[in-house]
Write a protein that binds this ligand. Structure first.
Ligand code: PLP
Length: 409
């Protein structure tokens, strides 16, 4: 029988790509007594987290916080900007892009789902799930839309189901080169504070993010970073909204308050997380994630297994998708690793279920926690009878020993 919190000894190895391990410093902050969310102390907390979030999103414009998982912030992005039946151009990078597209359908929008056609010969997996967004396909489609029916382009920055990032600046350039007025909406739920993301510089109109990935918090709060154009569009958008409406939130936030009861204790945690992130600086954090990702890729290459990401230029710094050989059940391997070594790995989602697993390398981890995770994976693959070309653990040790730490750790 499974009992909560009954791990044998030591901490469970949470190797999924979010929720990521929550540092003790943040857990302690969350445990402080809940305060009056209309009182003066709260206003200080509210203003502090809003200003810190602007720095992490790299924006001068408002960021809305919702007491909801990331899915809520997806919905907020669409219902605040769109009207019934609006055409939206979405790009199929993986399972999360697919879920956002399904949500657009349920909300009464007319999403068009662009994808690279076909399957990969080596793995039999959909090609579009192994590559980032192809900005030229977006540009081509927008140029054909001479009547400007398409109201928004929606892309996922770091596709958590595959371990592939997308070049958001290139998507912006494609929209501008087509002279198209569509809004650019970006899901950076698993990208923010781990993979480089620049809201203003990249001309993103609405970004969607969540607490449980690079921000190292438990799940439960999510965000929309806005542009002036998105705020303007929200005044004429006609999809029904109330709880998700930006207007009252944005109006009350400068005073440090929200129109409803905010998630006080998670905001304590967010305040601590922002201190940790901004004390170190975003460039150090981005470099550290790239270094971890390179170490994990060295291991996967040494095992001789394909990676879900087939394009060297867009490997995710946040997670790595590992494809298991035809005829093996990746979920059975995950279960074996969990039961034997107390290590959780991400499952294959949607079209890649059973064909791959995901190793998270984000937030509060370090070289040795990653080495432990890789050791658990290597032992599990061997026990499952997966033929390995060599030792990924040895390759990763060589990588981490040789690759210098970013300045600041
Ligand atoms: N988008 C991406 C890229 C995600 O990784 C996730 C969750 O992992 C979601 C959306 C959905 O967010 P949530 O599960 O917090 O509702």
């Amino acid at each position: 029988m499974i009992k909560l919190n009954q791990h044998p000894t030591g901490r469970h190895f949470l190797g999924i790509p979010g929720p990521s391990p929550v540092p003790d410093r943040i857990l302690r902050a969350i445990s402080m007594p809940t305060i009056d969310h209309r009182g003066p102390e709260f206003a200080h907390l509210g203003k502090k987290v809003l200003s810190g979030l602007q720095q992490v999103f790299q924006t001068r414009h408002p960021v809305a916080i919702f007491p909801a998982s990331g899915t809520g912030a997806w919905e907020a992005a669409l219902v605040n900007t769109m009207s019934p039946g609006d055409a939206v151009l979405m790009y199929e990078t993986g399972h999360f892009a697919t879920l956002w597209q399904k949500m657009a359908l349920r909300l009464g929008l007319a999403p068009e789902f662009l994808a690279l056609p076909g399957v990969c010969e080596q793995t039999g997996l959909p090609r579009s799930w192994r590559q980032g967004v192809q900005a030229e396909l977006i540009g081509e489609r927008l140029r054909a839309d001479t009547a400007h029916r398409i109201q928004a382009v929606c892309v996922v920055h770091n596709e958590t189901s595959t371990g592939v990032t997308s070049d958001i600046a290139a998507v912006r350039r494609a929209i501008d080169a087509a002279g198209h007025p569509a809004l650019l909406m970006v899901d950076t739920i698993s990208g923010l504070a781990s993979a480089d993301y620049r809201h203003d510089e990249w001309g993103v109109d609405v970004a969607v993010s969540g607490s449980q990935k690079g921000l190292m918090l438990p799940p439960g709060i999510s965000f929309n970073a806005l542009s002036p154009k998105a705020l303007e569009r929200s005044k004429s958008a006609r999809l029904p909204r109330s709880y998700w409406a930006w207007d009252e939130i944005v109006a009350m936030n400068p005073g440090g308050y929200w129109p409803y009861t905010p998630n006080t204790n998670l905001l304590y945690g967010l305040s601590e997380s922002l201190d940790m992130i901004l004390e170190q600086g975003l460039p150090v954090i981005f470099e550290r994630h790239q270094r971890w990702a390179a170490g994990v890729r060295a291991a996967v290459r040494a095992w001789g297994l394909p990676m879900q990401c087939a394009d060297e230029r867009v490997h995710s710094p946040v997670l790595t998708g590992v494809v298991t050989p035809h005829g093996t059940d990746a979920d059975a391997i995950r279960k074996l690793i969990h039961d034997r070594f107390d290590l959780s790995l991400g499952t294959g989602l949607g079209k890649v279920k059973g064909r791959m697993f995901r190793i998270g390398h984000l937030g509060d981890c370090n070289d040795l926690t990653l080495m432990a995770a890789l050791a658990g994976v290597e032992m599990g693959l061997k026990l499952a009878g997966v033929p390995l070309a060599g030792s990924g653990v040895a390759a990763a040790m060589d990588h981490f020993a040789a690759a210098p730490l970013a300045a600041g750790g």
